[in-house]
Design a protein around this ligand. Structure first.
Ligand code: UTP
Length: 412
């Protein structure tokens, strides 16, 4: 059967009458192109995503507080002992960092990849990627070993990200140790479950969320690459925390000492109503609960020392041993659904630019993988030392607040 006829049949079978109309009303060349794209769509997955949107089939979870270790309450003997365990891995060069830089960064409003944003610090300003490279260079200097650095990009920003590193000569980082890999995409749907077509006659897609990191690492053969270098532990973090301490001997030492497959960093919630994800136990497993899912009782609950029971905020810094990282790629992640504004091709073959959010974008979250872990270490670190995210253009978690934290710490 010819490609276009095959695509029409599939669209009919999957109740995609809007797209069928578009396909029937464009010229033959474009039909071929669109048909090719349609044949790549996994409609079974589309139905599943749509049916489960907004956690429709969500079960009731049992949420409990989770234990954490406060890095700054360790005494010097404990610190030394734990650091020593972690240091061994760095000395043997068995550690890698994964920077997740596949997000769209819509809130910041920066046109390029977020890592190419220049923050007004120091004499001439510094790019986010430059700051991260400088942080890793310090570990290289300390151990005389270059940390392997894997950078996750998206289909949209991959070329621009690589070109940026090339142009800036990897900010002095050894190019051989830096690898880029691209995450998967998922189709965007309208509120009725129809695919959207963009103005270049392609099925509209977007990155599958930072939870896509596991499958992307596997499919791109980066796990194999890590194993070939005998890497044992991998720290996975977001691109937008310019204070990220990505090579923390204490975090690593604690994971090894406690014989757990994973460890994450937290900072103390700034105030009870802060809109952050919080570490907890969900059905007996480590988890993160989003602020919108917390009721008032949970938000204000305190322990006997007057500390918030649910007060450990997620800073998107997660350590995994290589076996766990590999296994996660085989697990099924539930997708969360965000409502976004997206332009699309109307049935009259004219582009529609909606004024209101009109579409569903599906994302997996990295921390949803925690449900497959029996236990993990949560390490509370100091916000002013390790957390300065750049999320919004102004106000909270913006370049302005990040600059303030960065300059205070580095006294530039
Ligand atoms: P955010 O949730 O802050 O999303 O991502 P974002 O796309 O960067 O920003 P907004 O929401 O559009 O403003 C947290 C981290 O996860 C990465 C981001 O790059 C950031 O480091 N991420 C997010 C990915 O790598 N891929 C994704 O699909 C989503």
């Amino acid at each position: 059967m010819k490609r276009v006829e095959q695509a029409k049949k599939i669209l009919k079978e999957n109740n995609q009458s809007k797209i069928l109309k578009i396909l029937e009303n464009i010229d033959i060349e474009k039909q071929e192109e669109l048909a090719r794209d349609i044949l790549k769509v996994d409609f079974e997955q589309i139905h599943r995503l749509y049916e489960n949107r907004n956690g429709k089939n969500k079960r009731k979870d049992n949420i409990e507080p989770i234990k954490y270790i406060d890095k700054n309450k360790l005494n010097s003997k404990q610190r030394q002992e734990i650091e020593k365990i972690g240091e061994k891995i760095f000395r043997q060069n068995q550690y890698a960092v994964v920077t997740m830089a596949g997000g769209q960064g819509t809130r910041l409003g920066w046109k390029g990849p977020k890592g190419t944003f220049k923050l007004d610090v120091g004499e001439n300003g510094k790019y986010i990627f430059e700051i991260l490279a400088n942080t890793l260079k310090k570990t290289t200097a300390k151990y005389g070993k270059e940390v392997y650095w894997y950078i996750m990009t998206s289909v949209e920003n991959n070329d621009e990200t690589i070109n940026f590193f090339e142009k800036n000569e990897y900010f002095g980082y050894n190019k051989e140790k830096v690898k880029f890999f691209t995450q998967n995409v998922l189709p965007i749907l309208d509120f009725e479950g129809n695919l959207l077509i963009d103005s270049s006659y392609k099925v509209k897609e977007a990155s599958d969320g930072n939870g896509g990191v596991f499958i992307a690492l596997k499919n791109s053969k980066m796990i194999e690459d890590m194993k070939s270098h005998n890497i044992k532990w991998v720290y996975v973090c977001g691109v937008d925390n310019i204070m990220a301490n990505m090579t923390d001997e204490i975090l690593l030492g604690l994971a090894i000492k406690n014989n757990v497959p994973s460890a994450s960093k937290s900072v103390k919630k700034a105030y009870p109503e802060e809109k952050v994800g919080i570490f907890c136990k969900k059905n007996g497993k480590p988890a993160i609960i989003e602020y919108i899912d917390m009721d008032k009782k949970m938000i204000y609950a305190e322990d006997e020392d007057g500390e918030l029971l649910y007060g450990e905020s997620n800073i998107v810094g997660h350590l995994f041993n290589i076996e766990t990282l590999e296994k996660m790629a085989d697990y099924k992640f539930d997708y969360h659904c965000a409502i976004k504004k997206n332009s699309y091709l109307g049935e009259n073959i004219k582009e529609v630019l909606p004024e209101e959010p009109n579409s569903l974008k599906f994302e997996a979250f990295i921390f949803d993988g925690f449900e497959y872990l029996d236990d993990m270490v949560i390490l509370r670190v100091k916000r002013e030392e390790e957390f300065a995210p750049i999320k919004n253009a102004t106000g909270v978690d913006s370049p302005e607040t990040a600059k303030e934290i960065y300059e205070k710490y580095y006294e530039v």
